[in-house]
Design a protein around this ligand. Structure first.
Ligand code: 13P
Length: 249
């Protein structure tokens, strides 16, 4: 009942030259059960929308402000992202939480604004290595979920991405059992708070060092509905291979 989602987070990478990777990605055969999302830097969204016109590949932002407009130099609102061609937005990525001090309540306000602006919020949660080693992973994730998800969330306007901080950009990946434990926990928390309908229809992505050679194993885990991919989403060939693995899972 849940469509799969392969999401690429380009982070602070890519100028106009990177649009050629989107042209290549657009050649990826459309699949019936997997949605594809690319979140380029905000400067590229509108050109990417032109490049991807007529394809099923969706675009997203990497952050938005909690307000629609106003005196907030350097910030971007959900309405601006939607106007540029985005349908989703990543919120509360660990790099935002760390670099910009974003707290759960900030993420929640941004997610509420994104949903009000017609975007799907991809809310990121994940533990640090110290938190995992102290056996605090589920407490941390539970707190982030409770604090970051607004009450207006539904299975359509919310996606959760579980990204263990120690797995991002490091080549280290949790075991299948560790991924499964956290994804089952997130599913249970969503069902407890929002009921079975919303809980079961919300997609839960895994993120952190997903590559073509480990994707199939990760996608075999129950309650893993796709991936949020950083480095390997920058090259169309790698990202296509991950999409194919997800489609085949
Ligand atoms: P990597 O795939 O480069 O580890 O990044 C994961 C990530 O942070 C996606 O949001």
């Amino acid at each position: 009942m849940r469509r799969k989602l392969a999401a690429g987070n380009w982070k602070m990478n890519g100028t106009g030259a990177a649009l050629s990777e989107l042209e290549k990605l657009a050649q990826t055969p459309a699949t019936s059960q997997t949605d594809i999302l690319i979140c380029p830097p905000a400067t590229l969204i509108s050109r990417a929308a032109d490049t991807l016109a007529g394809t099923a590949i969706a675009l997203g932002g990497q952050d938005c402000h909690a307000l629609e407009s106003g005196a907030h130099t350097g910030d971007i609102s959900a309405q601006m992202l939607a106007d540029a061609g985005a349908s989703m937005v990543i919120l509360g990525h660990s790099e935002r939480r760390e670099d910009h001090g974003e707290r759960d309540e900030d993420v929640r306000a941004k997610a509420r604004a994104a949903i009000d602006g017609g975007l799907t919020a991809v809310i990121c949660v994940g533990e640090s290595l110290a938190e995992r080693e102290a056996a605090n992973t589920l407490d941390i994730i539970g707190g982030q979920l409770a604090g970051s998800i607004p009450d207006t969330a539904t299975g359509e306007n919310l996606v959760i991405a579980y990204e263990p901080i120690w797995a991002i950009g490091t080549g280290k990946v949790p075991t299948i059992a560790q991924i499964g434990e956290v994804h089952d926990f997130i599913r249970a928390r969503l069902e407890r708070r929002f009921g079975e309908g919303v809980g079961r229809s919300t997609r839960i992505l895994y993120g952190g060092s997903v590559k073509p050679d480990n994707a199939a194993e990760i996608f075999s885990v129950p309650n893993v509905d796709g991936a949020l991919v950083g480095g390997a989403s920058l090259k169309a060939a790698d990202f296509s291979a991950i999409i194919a693995a997800l489609d085949a899972a």
